[in-house]
Design a binder for this molecule. Structure first.
Ligand code: PRX
Length: 584
């Protein structure tokens, strides 16, 4: 298992390490998540629905004309939507879905860029009582097909261009009944199929009046696929009651106030982009900036300056990319509106912390959670000093521990499995169609996160690394099996083993070791072809960045590829226990 800790430490003169924990301790002892129930609006008939808490509750009250979304397109387009506008658009889309026969529990997936219609669609799906499955728009056909097939999705909402990218998968999806095409600003000329439905036409005919489905707090709302060591990604399913924790962490961890302009840089295809790019800010009635484009330091700073962003939630890879452009660029913009910065998804390394202090004149607050946890569980809070390099302390109401190999708690200072006591409101309820895998995550009354960490005497948790072979590249988890499966579909490939290779920006990049079938030569041309082949099937982020040809792969006697050994060899580390290694 790799350790991501680096040796470089932030200068101690800038970092206060003895926070005042009094308020935290008091809240921690008395807080119950049920205390938050009275802060929710609830549906008139007693149910709970995320769309109601995020949109209609504000649209029906004093915030109706407050901007909910400030959108900037990748070509500089700007649009603004108030909570009342959001209520209208999401109501219309819920009516569109009802008209197509979509009801409680149906799966409706979105495969769109960060455009307003993506957000309208997700909340329309929730209003209709269906389960929303947002997909990352950079995906290639394989990840999209796997997810639609596994979930039995009934409707897909996409754009002409993205539809074109996955055109050949539709024949494999018997349960998919409708494809709705959003053509934002009519800017996409890619042809669509005659059977496709046009979003703009459907919306023009739809009524804006919609009575939100009276879902219970236990009904399913959103699913996100996440990668494990074995098999294809699994659909972690969340319930409407997750909003309890998304709302309260928005307040406590992101420190959201009613007059904030908040910007979460994550894509809705990943859990951060829904829990904190939709649910936490809007349940708190906060205005958020949504930017369609990718990362470029000058554009990002311009956005902060132009929209006077106050709270920012981003990822260490993004911070490291900004670092590359240096503090000279930062100083050319007025970033004084920024009062609070958070980061998640990967270890925030000391270099990034030091740079953040220089560039933004404030600490970046790291926090920890997962797709499965649905919301932040461990955080450096606004009301206490940041302990740099640590992920922070568990949220009040959360019990976290470090366990040994037999799943018994370890004392402070020792490294082991990071585990959480089940029962928090945003806890996933199952992996879709995979109860066995879900059940396997619970040991001796703990949810086992798959991470290794340690806790210090003051209760701060420190990330050490993944306990499994899952790769974290730019904050996105990649399952090696998924990449290996794509590679072996190429006629030249006999077998493939995939690892995460340390990288200064993305933390890890995907690296593959490939053994060729007889008759194929390990040429540079073939390497390039395999790189392209994987990129087209998967996506640039998931596909290998590097391929090494090998004669054969190290395997256990039961024929499992020993990725741990591939990684040790790649990094020049000791090979560890090789007693189960088959002759190579
Ligand atoms: O390994 C941990 C890493 O990201 C994993 C969760 O990834 P995912 O399910 O895609 O959820 C993304 C939403 C956060 C964790 O198991 N991770 C997350 N936060 C941190 C982290 N690693 C180190 N430090 C963090 N703050």
């Amino acid at each position: 298992m790799a350790s991501y800790q680096t040796t470089k430490k932030p200068p101690l003169s800038r970092v206060k390490v003895r926070p005042n924990l009094t308020g935290y301790e008091r809240t921690r002892k008395t807080f119950r998540f049920t205390d938050v129930y009275k802060e929710l609006d609830w549906l008139p008939d007693g149910g709970l629905n995320k769309a109601h808490e995020c949109i209609d509750r504000h649209a029906n009250g004093a915030s109706a004309n407050k901007p909910a979304m400030i959108w900037e397109g990748k070509n500089g387009e700007q649009e603004r939507y108030t909570f009342a506008d959001m209520k209208r658009e999401t109501g219309k889309f819920a009516n569109v879905l009802r008209g197509l026969g979509v009801g409680r529990g149906d799966r409706v997936f979105t495969f769109l860029d960060r455009i307003p219609e993506h957000y309208f669609a997700v909340f329309g799906i929730l209003k209709a009582g269906a389960i929303a499955g947002p997909l990352f728009s950079a995906f290639g056909p394989d990840p999209v097909r796997d997810r639609l097939l596994d979930s039995g999705a009934k409707v897909l909402v996409t754009s002409p261009e993205l539809r074109g990218r996955i055109a050949h998968i539709f024949k494999d999806l018997p349960e998919l009944k409708h494809v709705i095409i959003v053509n934002k600003l009519g800017r996409d000329k890619t042809p669509i199929a005659p059977t496709d439905l046009r979003y703009e036409e459907l919306m023009a005919k739809a009524s804006a009046e919609f009575k939100t489905d009276n879902t219970s707090m236990f009904d399913y709302s959103i699913m996100h696929y996440t990668s494990g060591t074995t098999g294809k990604p699994k659909g972690a399913v969340h319930r409407h009651m997750a909003i309890v924790q998304q709302y309260i962490t928005g307040k406590w961890v992101l420190d959201l106030h009613p007059d904030d302009i908040y910007w979460c840089t994550a894509d809705p295809g990943w859990v951060t982009g829904t829990s904190y790019g939709m649910l936490a800010p809007w349940s708190n009635g906060v205005t958020q900036l949504i930017y369609e484009g990718g990362i470029r330091a000058s554009t990002w700073y311009e956005l902060v300056q132009r929209h006077k962003v106050t709270v920012w939630y981003t990822a260490p890879t993004a911070v490291r990319m900004l670092m590359r452009s240096g503090t000279r660029v930062t100083s050319q913009y007025d970033l004084s509106s920024l009062r609070y910065i958070n980061s998640v998804g990967e270890p925030l390394n000391p270099e990034a912390i030091v740079w953040g202090l220089e560039a933004f004149k404030q600490a970046i607050h790291d926090n920890w959670w997962q797709t499965e946890t649905g919301a932040i569980l461990i955080a450096n809070y606004a009301f206490q000093e940041v302990r740099h390099g640590s992920m922070g302390r568990p949220l009040p109401g959360i019990e976290a521990a470090i366990l040994d190999r037999s799943y018994n708690p370890l004392p402070p200072g020792q490294q082991g499995y990071l585990a959480i006591r089940p029962g928090w409101p945003s806890m996933f309820h199952t992996y879709w169609n995979n109860a066995d895998m879900y059940n396997s995550k619970f040991k001796k009354g703990w949810y086992i996160t798959g991470d290794e960490a340690r806790v210090d005497e003051d209760g701060f948790f420190w990330f050490v690394g993944r306990a499994d072979d899952v790769i974290n590249t730019a904050g996105h988890l990649v399952g090696p099996f998924e990449v290996e499966s794509a590679l072996i579909e190429h006629p030249a490939v006999a077998e493939a083993g995939v690892i995460g290779k340390p990288d200064p920006i993305a933390m890890e990049v995907v690296k593959a070791f490939v053994a060729l079938k007889d008759g194929y030569e390990p040429t540079d041309r073939l390497r390039q072809e395999l790189l392209r082949f994987a990129r087209e099937k998967l996506s640039a982020g998931v596909a290998p960045r590097e391929i090494d040809f090998v004669k054969s792969l190290p395997k256990t006697r039961s024929s499992k590829i020993m990725r741990r050994l591939l990684k040790a060899r790649e990094l020049g580390l000791p090979e560890g226990d090789t007693s189960t290694l088959e002759e190579e």
